[in-house]
Design a protein around this ligand. Structure first.
Ligand code: SAM
Length: 298
């Protein structure tokens, strides 16, 4: 780390003042001003000199710069037009950084990846995500099955804890399963709110998602599987039987739902937070088979 790093508090302040930049809370703009934290984030991605990095929300380029030092190419999406001239200035020493202006949620990331990176290049997402859209951005990147090896992302600590949670913990829920279906999730370290300008109201954490080559469970229909899980967690304090009876109310009676769960040897009185992904796969496949059989009879 040198004194010239964008992320040092003095340099960040000088850049913001030079451009008269005012933060937009609505865009989740909390910039990191601790070079050691940035270094740890980039180290977590285990980049090689040949790696490519995708970043969402470069801000004034603090994290982008550290990735650029370690990787062959960096592609970064920034929604705030006011940051573009600043980034052109702060990252002028890194011609292998490409900034795309726009909302990452609307971007054709697959097409951009094909255009910017080489085929089969090792790819990592390394980002300090805007907190107001953490989950949509992360789910977009996962569901689109981008060819990335790992995603290292800073987010609200509570969200990272929910994503990485195991069955039986109070944090475990539909988000844990939705993410862990695509990737192995690990909360790597937490970051205090004091290392940001402006300071957010909550602490943050670095989550590492290592993409799986295959989902850990086989299901007949992914969409139905995720819908059943959502349904099972609708009211966390209620039993699986209660939540699923409401979810299937148009097609099955409560005793039918109970019988179906018992046939799977899953206690209907359990709560969803104790049910593993493998058990949800069995539940969803069994109810789907029933539904299909019912449709055929009609
Ligand atoms: N990477 C910088 C850092 O670590 O200091 C800034 C991170 S800041 C938490 C989030 C950044 O994401 C902001 O620069 C914000 O303008 C940008 N942003 C917010 N919503 C976005 C979106 N939908 N697409 C792309 N960038 C977005």
């Amino acid at each position: 780390m040198s004194d010239r790093d964008i992320a040092t508090p003095t340099r960040t302040k000088a850049i913001l003042e030079r451009y008269g930049f005012s933060f937009k809370k609505s865009l989740g703009q909390n910039f990191l001003i601790e070079p050691n934290v940035l270094r740890k984030i980039v180290e977590t991605a285990e980049l090689s000199p040949d790696s490519g990095v995708i970043e969402i929300g470069p801000g004034i380029g603090a994290l982008t710069e550290q990735s650029a030092k370690m990787a062959r190419k960096v592609l970064a999406y920034e929604i705030d037009q006011r940051l573009l001239p600043i980034l052109a200035d702060t990252l002028s020493l890194y011609p292998h950084v490409e900034i795309r202006h726009g909302d990452v949620l609307k971007a054709d990331v697959h097409a951009d990846v094909r255009e910017v990176f080489e085929a089969d290049q090792d790819l990592a997402v390394v980002a300090n995500l805007p907190y107001y859209v953490t989950t949509p951005i992360m789910m977009k990147l996962l569901e689109e099955k981008l060819p990335v090896r790992v995603m290292v992302m800073m987010m609200q600590k509570e969200v990272a804890e929910r994503i990485a949670a195991d069955p039986g913990s109070k944090n475990y829920g539909s988000l844990s399963i939705a993410v862990q279906y695509y990737a192995e999730a690990k909360l790597m370290f937490t970051v205090p709110k004091t290392v940001f300008v402006p300071q957010p109201n909550v602490d943050s954490a670095i989550l590492r998602l290592t993409r799986r080559s295959e989902p850990p469970v086989d299901v007949l229909d992914e969409g139905f599987f995720f819908d059943v899980i959502q349904g099972a967690f609708t009211q966390r304090r209620k039993t699986l039987l209660n939540n699923l009876s409401v979810f299937f109310k148009d097609s099955l009676s409560k005793p039918e739902v109970q019988a179906a769960l018992e046939a799977l040897e899953i206690d209907p009185k359990r709560r969803a937070e104790t049910v593993s992904m493998a058990e949800f796969a069995r539940i969803s496949d069994a109810f789907l088979a029933r539904k299909r059989a019912g449709t055929e009879e009609d």
